[in-house]
Design a protein around this ligand. Structure first.
Ligand SMILES: [Zn+2]
Length: 284
């Protein structure tokens, strides 16, 4: 006579086998999907990086971002489409203009490569996730703002204000449950940097304060490690510069947005892990 539990046991076994085979069947496809998204993000990042070069160069000058097409800064020859491929064209042309042979700054391919790698890393860290429509634009904003602050010592409202609006709107679409945390983190980071800017006038500008607020809107609680890294890196570079250049460095100051951007990128990749690390080591 068959005992009812035998049947149950067999069903259980069959179910387990089905789950196992399903997992084996699924996982290579899932890995492939992630690899595909990472590769796609890298290509997208290279193209966006090419546009960020235009933004960094033209936006602070109040020029249009779409017209005219890119020209060689030396001879003003319009750059053909096939000479405007991110990174690749610069390598093929060995860093020189095809028309006049003058060198083209390695900064252009560097920004393209940095954007490609950052996009791929963020996509790899998050996997196939709709949050990428919030996080990849944020990555681009960080790189653009860092480049503009390095060149002009400003953090333009024309970037941080739309970035704040987009961050809240897109988060409401794909991660509405996190909105309270994001808004709180934005307000908190804004207030914290505002106090720091008031305490050390000349160290930071209102642009940095607004950027920190925007970072909170995108990063939530991870804005804490982001700000920590920014202050740590900014202080380290400041100390080295003052040691090497003396009072001159203190007078000219250091643009702070690139450090905020660095902290923001690190927090995008490993922010929650850094918070866990802190909790495990200092709070338990
Ligand atoms: Zn030229």
């Amino acid at each position: 006579m068959r005992h009812p539990t035998d049947d149950l046991g067999e069903r259980h076994f069959r179910l387990l086998a089905a789950v196992r085979s399903r997992r084996e069947y699924c996982s290579p496809w899932k890995d492939l999907a992630v690899a595909g998204v990472v590769a796609l993000a890298a290509v997208l990042g290279a193209a966006i990086g090419s546009f960020l070069n235009v933004v960094i160069h033209r936006l602070p000058r109040g020029e249009s971002l779409v017209h005219p097409r890119s020209r060689c800064p030396s001879c003003q020859t319009q750059i053909a489409g096939y000479d405007n491929l991110p990174v690749i064209s610069w390598l093929v042309l060995r860093g020189r203009c095809r028309a006049c042979g003058e060198p083209i700054s390695p900064r252009y391919p560097a920004v393209e490569l940095l954007t490609a790698v950052s996009f791929a890393a963020v996509a790899g860290a998050r996997g196939v996730d709709e949050e990428l429509i919030v996080l990849l634009p944020f990555t681009a904003v960080l790189i653009a703002v860092a480049g503009i602050d390095l060149d002009h010592r400003i953090v333009p409202n024309r970037i941080v204000v739309p970035a704040a609006v987009y961050g809240v709107a897109a988060s409401a679409l794909v991660r509405a449950g996190e909105l309270p945390e994001l808004l709180l983190a934005g307000a908190g980071a804004f207030m914290f940097l505002l106090l720091a800017a008031l305490a050390y006038p000349g160290g930071m500008g209102m642009g940095d304060v607004k950027l920190a607020g925007v970072m909170g809107l995108y990063l939530g609680l991870s804005v804490l490690p982001a700000l920590f890294i920014a202050f740590l890196a900014g202080t380290a570079v400041g100390v080295v510069r003052i040691a090497r250049e003396g009072g001159e460095a203190r007078k000219s100051g250091v643009p702070f947005a690139p450090f905020l951007a660095l902290g923001g990128l690190v927090a995008l990749l490993v922010g929650p892990e850094l918070i866990d690390l802190y909790e495990d080591n200092f709070l338990s």
